[in-house]
Design a protein around this ligand. Structure first.
Ligand code: ADE
Length: 225
């Protein structure tokens, strides 16, 4: 899968995209992630990417031309399945959306910034608008990292232990059961006996019950879906 991220602050993306699973997935060829600096698509000396809004409100608005040039260049090179804009007024991101995106071949993520973006970009170029939650970030870069991370980790083969991604919290609309590691007792705190029993059928039953009980207690809304 290929992800192209368009941003005015490429520095914000460097570390999150180049560590841990995202790094390994790129090294092993399961994912290609490219970051494009929107300023490279300006045509003035000051590399202007924003301007004052018509109508005189406060704040700056991202200009249409650099975004158009960048997206058109990418589209001339390959087909894209989705052109995403990160914005607090998009659809709320969740595991279903991550699963859906992980099946795609090429996606673009345009990071929003400033007060907003010239609405014509959203009307004519964007195919999906995604929010990572009901709060406002300074820009869409952190949201783009969240999307890239959650999508790449579930590409088959991207994680060494494939089963691990499939048992992630939220797959099946259930929270994950508790996990423990050695020592079996620390400070008088014991690991549940069943996990030490070696009886895999019992262990699986316990894990299912725990997943259900935790979901019911902490996120009952997931059980209604
Ligand atoms: N940009 C600013 N806030 C955001 C949010 N909550 N989700 C996605 N992009 C954003």
């Amino acid at each position: 899968m290929r992800i192209d991220i368009i941003t005015v602050v490429p520095e914000l993306l460097a570390s999150p995209l180049n560590e841990s699973i995202l790094k390994r997935a790129q090294e092993s060829g399961h994912a290609e992630i490219y970051v494009h600096n929107l300023r490279d698509y300006t045509d003035d000396k000051r590399r202007t990417v924003d301007d004052y809004p018509f109508g005189g409100e406060a704040g700056m608005v991202m200009k249409v031309e650099p975004v158009f040039r960048c997206i058109e260049k990418l589209k001339s090179e390959r087909d894209y399945d989705e052109i995403i804009f990160t914005s607090p007024d998009g659809i709320t991101y969740n595991q279903h959306e991550a699963n859906r995106l992980s099946l795609m071949k090429n996606i673009i993520i345009l990071c929003g910034h400033y007060k907003g973006i010239d609405y014509r970009i959203r009307e004519h170029l964007i195919t999906r608008e995604i929010s990572i939650g009901d709060y406002v970030l300074t820009g869409g870069e952190l949201a783009a990292c969240v999307i890239a991370d959650s999508v790449v980790r579930i590409i088959p083969g991207a994680i060494g232990d494939e089963a691990s991604a499939l048992t992630d919290c939220f797959q099946d609309n259930l929270l994950a059961p508790p996990v423990y590691t050695r020592p079996a007792e620390f400070n008088g705190w014991k690991v549940p006996d069943v996990l030490l029993s070696g009886n895999f059928a019992e262990i699986e039953k316990w894990q299912d019950e725990q997943a259900y009980a935790r979901t019911k207690a902490l996120r009952p809304d997931l059980l209604d879906e």
